[in-house]
Design a protein around this ligand. Structure first.
Ligand code: GDP
Ligand code: MG
Length: 180
């Protein structure tokens, strides 16, 4: 049996409180969803193993414990990040407007060597709400924002219905691998 190298990738999930960051992670890693709103407690990160082509990859996905309300996540949170998922709620304009801040904050704190090449991804979550009738941010508007930041990939998801969650994480993992 050949011994394959395992690659560890640190994934950071950022965005306003309540947009569904913890729910996306729980859906991706544990295939679970909860309506209950709980501040994240316990471990700083969860891990998920996956295979991409012939490489074994361990995603180490870092969640916030509610401190995102104060935008003070500390250096350890950002240190050594390989990629960053920015999340907003398609039904809440404020969470979309906050993206510039999160993007800037990440670049400032993580200080990646080549910011233009750093693998970001934008996720518009909660597309299931009210059958899409309560959304206030269009896909077009979201994609324009992505284009303005250097062609960041964009995914629309529902952590509740497990819609597009796996593809989003797979895409960012591939982008991070390619950037290694
Ligand atoms: P966080 O603060 O960004 O970690 O957000 P949470 O994951 O704690 O989610 C906040 C609330 O939104 C919770 O009540 C979740 O159940 C709910 N929620 C998260 N994702 C979705 C989704 O895709 N659809 C719906 N309808 N509710 C969601
Ligand atoms: Mg949370």
């Amino acid at each position: 049996m050949s011994v394959r190298r395992r690659t560890l990738l640190k994934v950071i999930v950022l965005g306003d409180s309540g947009v569904g960051k913890t729910s996306l992670m729980n859906q991706y890693v544990h295939k679970k969803f909860s309506q209950q709103y709980k501040a994240t407690i316990g471990a700083d990160f969860v891990t998920k193993e996956l295979q991409i082509d012939d490489r074994l990859v361990t995603l180490q996905i870092w969640d916030t414990a509610g401190q995102e309300r104060f935008q003070s996540l500390g250096v350890a949170f950002y240190r050594g990040a390989d990629c960053c998922i920015l999340v907003y709620d398609v039904n809440v304009l404020k969470s979309f407007d906050a993206l510039d801040n999160w993007h800037e904050e990440f670049l400032k704190q993580a200080n990646p060597p080549d910011p233009k090449k750093f693998p970001f991804m934008l996720v518009g979550n909660k597309v299931d709400v009210d059958g899409g009738n309560s959304r206030v941010v269009s896909e077009k508007k979201a994609k324009e924002w992505c284009a303005s930041k250097g062609d960041i990939p964009y995914f629309e998801t529902s952590a509740k219905e497990d819609y597009n969650v796996d593809p989003a994480f797979l895409c960012i993992a591939k982008a991070a691998l390619a950037n290694e």
